[in-house]
Design a protein around this ligand. Structure first.
Ligand SMILES: *Cc1c(COP(=O)(O)O)cnc(C)c1O
Length: 452
C-alpha cells in the first residue's frame, strides 16, 4: 500500500482495474495495468492516461473576424479616430464595477503608468511579492524605485499580508499586491495596513479577470487595478492592458502619461504637454477583439471555476499534493493558473522535476512555475548599475539584499506545480484524467524514483 489516506479510493481502483481486466484483451491489459490495477506509468512504458490535447487557446470565431474586418474597413485603426477603444473602456469599467478604465498597450505599461500617476520615482520603495511575473517588479525599477519583497504565504501562494507592515519605511510609496493565478491576495489585511500607514494600494490583477474579493471585482478595491490581455491571459487580444480606478484625476494623469504627455484635450496639432510619458495606447483592432472575447469571458470563467473545484477535491485525496488555499474573502477565483504544492517525501523522494516528467508522459502537461524572483541576477545588475548607485548609494544593494530574504517563497518555488488555465476549459472527465495520472505516479513513485 503506497499510502494510507486513500485506501478506499485505492481499493475502488483495484476493483475497477480487475473488472476491466476481464473484458480487455491481454495486450491491452499488459499495457494498462500492473497487478495493482492503477496502470504502468507511461514513463516506464505503460499506456498514457491521455493522448488528446487539452483545449487550445485562444478561442475565436466569426465574432473576432467581424470585429477585425470592421476596424480594417473603417480605416480608423488607432485610438483617437475610432470608437472601439472607448467602447471597450466603458464595457470593462462596467464589468469590473469601476468608475473609469484606461486601456493600455499591455499589463506592464498599465503598471508603469499607474506607478507614475501614484508619483513613484527615484528614491522610493514599493512593496511587492516575490511570487509574481517579472513585470510587476520591472515596472517599479523602470520608475527608478526600489522593489521591497515581502515573503509569500506558502498556503495561498499570495503575498503574506501579515508581513507587510514591518517592511514599510518612510520611503515606502505604494503597496502592490498581486492576485496571483487569479486567486485574491488578502485584501482586508492589506487595505487595513495601507489605511493605517496612509499608503495607496495598486492591485496587479493581470491574472485575475473577474476575480472577486467579498463579491467585489479585484482591481477595484485599491486606488487602482491593472490588467493584462496578453496572449496567455484569460482575456486576450495578443497584447493589451487596462487600468481601472474610481478616481477621475488619477485616470486623467494615466491618460496623459500613456499618450506622450498629451492630455485628452490636446490632440491633432495642439502641441502642449504635461509631465512626462510615452506612447502606451491600445489600437482599435485590439479593442475590437477584446469586446468579442468578452462575450465568452464569464462562461469560460465559470467553467474553469467548476472544474478547478472538482479537481481540488480529487487531488486533496492524494497524499503529498496540496491545492493552493484561497482566503475566505476570495469569493471568485479567476483560475489563470491551477496551483498546488508537491511534497516529494510522500512520493518516495521522487524529485518534482521527475514528477512533472511522469505527468507529462501521461499526457498531462504541468509546470514548476516561478523561480525566486528576489534572487534573480537581473536585480543585482540593476540595483548595482551606475544610475541606481547614484540614487541609493554604494551600500544600498547589500542593505536591500538583507531586507529581501523570503524563505517561505524559496520553499514554495521548490514545491509548486502549475496547470495552465486552458486545461480547465474542458470537461470533468479531463479533471478525472489529471487526477488519475497523479494517482498513477503516486502509486509507482518508488519505481519511478529508482528508474530516474
Ligand atoms: C502578464 C502579467 C503582467 C504583465 O502583463 P503584460 O501584458 O504581459 O505586459 C504583469 N503582472 C502579472 C502578474 C502578469 O501575470
Amino acid at each position: 500500500m503506497p499510502h494510507r489516506v486513500s485506501r478506499r479510493r485505492f481499493l475502488g481502483t483495484v476493483a475497477a482495474g480487475a473488472a476491466a481486466a476481464v473484458t480487455r484483451p491481454a495486450t491491452a491489459r499488459a499495457a494498462a495495468g500492473g497487478p495493482d490495477g492503477v496502470g504502468e506509468p507511461a514513463l516506464l512504458g505503460g499506456r498514457p492516461v491521455r493522448t488528446e490535447a487539452f483545449p487550445s487557446w485562444p478561442i475565436a470565431d466569426a465574432r473576432e473576424e467581424q470585429a477585425l474586418l470592421g476596424v480594417l474597413r473603417s480605416g480608423k485603426w488607432g485610438r483617437g479616430v475610432g470608437e472601439q477603444v472607448k467602447q471597450f473602456e466603458r464595457a470593462y469599467a462596467e464589468l469590473t464595477g469601476a468608475r473609469h478604465c484606461l486601456a493600455t498597450a499591455n499589463g506592464s505599461t498599465a503598471l508603469l503608468t499607474s506607478l507614475y500617476a501614484l508619483d513613484v520615482g527615484a528614491g522610493d520603495e514599493v512593496i511587492v511579492p516575490p511570487y509574481t511575473f517579472v513585470a510587476t517588479v520591472n515596472a517599479v525599477l523602470l520608475r527608478g524605485a526600489l522593489p521591497i519583497f515581502v515573503d509569500t504565504d506558502i498556503e495561498t501562494f499570495q503575498i503574506d499580508a501579515r508581513r507587510i507592515e514591518s517592511a514599510i519605511t518612510e520611503r515606502t510609496r505604494v503597496i502592490v499586491p498581486v492576485h496571483l493565478g487569479g486567486s485574491a491576495a488578502d485584501l482586508d489585511t492589506i487595505l487595513a495596513v495601507a489605511q493605517r500607514r496612509r499608503l495607496p494600494v495598486l492591485e496587479d490583477a493581470c491574472q485575475a479577470h473577474l476575480g472577486e474579493w467579498k463579491g467585489r471585482k479585484v482591481g477595484t478595491l485599491g486606488q487602482a487595478g491593472c490588467f493584462s490581455f496578453q496572449a496567455s491571459k484569460n482575456l486576450n487580444c495578443g497584447e493589451g492592458g487596462a487600468i481601472v480606478t474610481d478616481d477621475p484625476a488619477f485616470v486623467e494623469t494615466c491618460y496623459t502619461f500613456h499618450n506622450n504627455s498629451r492630455t485628452r484635450a490636446t490632440s491633432g496639432d495642439n502641441f502642449s504637454y504635461r509631465g512626462t510619458g510615452g506612447n502606451f495606447r491600445l489600437t482599435e483592432f485590439q479593442a475590437g477583439i477584446l469586446q468579442a472575447q468578452m462575450t465568452r469571458l464569464d462562461a469560460q470563467s465559470r467553467t474553469r471555476e467548476a472544474n478547478a473545484s472538482y479537481l481540488s477535491g480529487l487531488l486533496k485525496e492524494i497524499p503529498g499534493l496540496t491545492p493552493a488555499r484561497m482566503y475566505a474573502g476570495c469569493t471568485r477565483n479567476a483560475y489563470h493558473l491551477y496551483m498546488f504544492r508537491y511534497d516529494p517525501a510522500q512520493f518516495a523522494s521522487l524529485p518534482r522535476a521527475r514528477f512533472l516528467e511522469a505527468l507529462k508522459a501521461e499526457g498531462i502537461p504541468a509546470a514548476a512555475g516561478y523561480a525566486p524572483l528576489n534572487k534573480e541576477a537581473f536585480l543585482e545588475d540593476t540595483l548595482t548599475s551606475r544610475g541606481f548607485r547614484r540614487i541609493y548609494g554604494e551600500r544600498a544593494f547589500a542593505e536591500w539584499r538583507e531586507r529581501s530574504q523570503c524563505p517561505q517563497n524559496d520553499r514554495l518555488c521548490g514545491e509548486a506545480v502549475w496547470l495552465g488555465q486552458t486545461m480547465l476549459l474542458g470537461t470533468r472527465a479531463d479533471m478525472d484524467q489529471i487526477a488519475e495520472a497523479a494517482r498513477k505516479v503516486s502509486a509507482h513513485a518508488a519505481r519511478l524514483a529508482k528508474a530516474g
